[in-house]
Write a protein that binds this ligand. Structure first.
Ligand code: NAD
Length: 334
């Protein structure tokens, strides 16, 4: 009988198709056995009982059902869950931690495309590219007066959250002559100095930044972090970028600020999400909305599968996993 580690795949078919490409599955099969034809979408499925009963590892992805007590009872040999996507909060329950099962997430790999999106948006929004483009058909070619305030050089970028995405954004802004402020209740002066940024409390950050970019997680304490009062603190011509979660912003207050022309916004996430086609935000020329695409898309999604499989290999060799999730840190993370 084979001594090779045995495991199962649990995710939605679309996640399997994009994250577990043939190359990724070949790498997985190089050191472990899986039944690639069996994609577990329901841990109570009788057709999956035998596979789950033998599984020492689980490769999960978008659409994986919750790993609750009943699901884990079906997997008595399970030692590790590697998630080929970002946050594990949707499927990793308390019961997983209680049973001492190790967990890894590919959030690091998903952070790269979000940081790339954010840098692109910061640079274009500081040039007022979205607003002036959207106004071409209604207001015509802009004179120099309509281009102000504009430009990248010597502007101030405020990042809310020294998260893995926030830190990659800092790295990606190094080539530019911008001042970077960061607000994060878990970052101290020494940590900020190590990142080469200035630590600021949130009110100071929003009132002194030309562009505010949100990188904090959705938590009870971050609900409407950008409420009407904080949006009002932003300087005239200020730009709000949200790639985090829609609930961090009071949407009605943002609509008012943008409809008055005082603020611009770039939103990859909205509240509500999905956003209706007739939502007031979509009618504003100074609000640029994308449908939650900053994270891994298309060809980028295989990077999440590669990251998860590489971490599984590390675990099975007895090494630490790069994306190991620390349950003690989870309450302040995405
Ligand atoms: N748009 C997308 O496609 C996409 C993709 C991935 C992640 N995200 C979102 O991006 C955000 C950042 O994700 P991440 O993986 O970089 O986060 P992370 O888990 O690495 O870090 C979260 C950070 O937020 C900080 N934080 C906690 N409470 C805070 C508060 N009140 N104010 C400021 N900072 C606070 C923590 O100290 C930590 O540094 C999350 O909201 C996540 O859901 C969006």
């Amino acid at each position: 009988m084979s001594q090779r580690p045995y495991g199962a795949l649990a995710m939605a078919p679309y996640a399997r198709a994009s994250a577990l490409t043939d190359e990724v599955l070949d790498r997985l099969r190089g050191f472990a056995d899986v039944e690639p034809a069996l994609l577990v979408g329901d841990f109570a499925d009788p057709a999956a009982r035998d596979v789950l009963g033998r599984a020492e590892f689980l490769v999960t992805g978008w659409g994986c059902p919750p790993l609750d007590a009943a699901a884990l009872d079906a997997m008595p040999k399970l030692r590790v869950v590697v998630h080929a996507a970002g946050s594990v909060k949707h499927h990793v329950t308390e019961e997983v931690w209680r049973r001492g099962i190790a967990v890894s997430s590919a959030a690091d790999a998903n952070a790269t495309p979000v940081a790339e999106y954010t840098r692109a948006m910061i640079l274009l929004a500081l040039k007022r590219a979205f607003t002036l483009s959207a106004q071409l058909s209604t207001m015509g070619w802009p004179g120099p007066d309509r281009r102000q305030p504009s430009g990248i050089v010597r502007r101030t970028v405020g990042l809310v959250g020294a998260s893995r995405i926030g830190r990659l954004v800092i790295e990606r802004l190094r080539d530019f002559d911008v001042r970077i402020l960061v607000s994060d209740p878990y970052l101290d002066e020494a940590g900020a100095a190590g990142l080469g940024v200035e630590l600021a409390d949130l009110d100071t950050l929003v009132s002194t930044s030309d562009v505010v970019s949100l990188h904090a997680p959705q938590l009870p304490e971050t609900h409407h972090l950008m409420d009407a009062r904080r949006l009002a603190l932003m300087p005239d011509g200020g730009i709000l970028i949200n790639t985090a979660r829609g609930s961090l912003v009071d949407t009605d207050a943002l609509v008012r600020e943008c409809a008055s022309g005082r603020l611009d916004a770039v939103l990859d996430v909205t509240d509500p999400e999905p956003i209706d086609g007739d939502h007031p935000l979509l009618a504003l020329p100074n609000v640029f909305v994308t449908p939650h695409l900053a994270g891994a898309q298309g060809t980028e999604i295989a990077l999440l599968g590669e990251y998860a499989v590489a971490d599984l290999e590390r675990f099975l060799r007895g090494e630490s996993m790069l994306g190991a999730v620390d349950v003690a840190e989870l309450p302040r993370l995405a």
